[in-house]
Design a protein around this ligand. Structure first.
Ligand SMILES: [Zn+2]
Length: 138
């Protein structure tokens, strides 16, 4: 009676060490590009800030600065997510949903290497967020 062994479960664990290595490289490249971009953004921001003396120009420069700051915050969050993912790869904890603990899935991870939630939890949280946002607007 050895026929109860499920071969399906082998297929549900599709991340090989080769896949992990590829994902790791993608993450490293992304991280490098992001931190370079971040440095450039800061240098440009400093430059445009000191070049405006007029009040209107100053206002638009401030707005520009705020926009850049927002972009930079997003980028810093991304870098943190990348570091997180890299750490998880190192610990062998990569590829599992933070909420339900299920496997996130190879295809999703290859498209979004920093994904920390499976598609089901992601969809649920996005639905909740969407609800909250539209509630505010109304
Ligand atoms: Zn999940």
């Amino acid at each position: 009676m050895a026929s109860t062994t499920k071969t399906v479960e082998l297929e549900s664990n599709p991340l090989t060490s080769m896949d992990l290595q590829e994902i790791q490289e993608t993450l490293f490249l992304k991280r490098k590009a992001l931190s370079e971009n971040s440095i450039q953004l800061m240098q440009k921001t400093e430059h445009s800030r000191s070049n405006h003396s007029d009040l209107v120009d100053k206002a638009s420069a401030e707005e520009e600065f705020r926009m850049k700051l927002r972009t930079q915050t997003l980028e810093q969050n991304l870098i943190r997510d990348i570091d997180n993912a890299l750490q998880n790869i190192k610990n062998g904890e990569f590829g599992y949903c933070e909420l339900c603990g299920n496997e996130i899935g190879k295809k999703r991870l290859q498209a979004h290497p920093m994904a920390t939630h499976c598609i089901e939890c992601k969809t649920t949280s996005e639905m909740k967020q969407g609800y909250r946002t539209s509630g505010k607007l109304l």
